[in-house]
Design a protein around this ligand. Structure first.
Ligand SMILES: [Mg+2]
Length: 149
């Protein structure tokens, strides 16, 4: 390959991924959903940033309690309505690239994955989330994101 040739292989975008807490990561009985740590580690490994937000407040304590705090970039309060308009007032300094939420309205507002609010013992929803995020990160057709060879 000469210097002027460019591979068509796309470099994945680095995404700001926002996870809801209740009935997304922590289920009704207080247990952690399956695969949280593994999926968070894989997202970090792929260069993505993980944010935790919740409509009921900053959930840093919950993430510390489940030994996930080291993987979290920051915590925010989630807007429950007028999702885009309320970001700034809640101190969220960016528009989420991908959200995971059991409330469909949040996913409709930003794009992402609407996760079931119940999880059985063999739940693999977060593995699906990981695959969706990886695929979404490759969707950008911006030629500047092409890896030069
Ligand atoms: Mg929820």
């Amino acid at each position: 390959m000469t210097e002027t040739e460019v591979s068509t292989e796309r470099k994945p975008r680095q995404l700001n991924v926002f996870f809801d807490v209740d009935n997304t990561l922590i289920m009704w009985n207080g247990s952690l959903r399956n695969h949280v740590r593994d999926v968070f580690e894989a997202l970090k490994e792929a260069g993505h940033e993980i944010y935790i937000w919740s409509g009921v407040g900053i959930r840093e304590w919950d993430m510390k309690r489940h030994n996930l705090h080291d993987l979290i970039t920051n915590y925010y309060v989630k807007p429950l309505e007028e999702h885009h308009a309320k970001l700034e007032g809640l101190g969220v300094p960016m528009i989420p690239d991908f959200v995971i939420d059991d409330h469909k309205a949040v996913v409709d507002a930003f794009g992402g994955y609407h996760i079931p609010d119940e999880a059985g013992p063999d739940d693999t929803e977060l593995l699906t989330v990981l695959e969706r995020i990886k695929a979404f990160a490759l969707l950008d057709h911006d030629p500047d994101k092409v890896i030069p060879r």
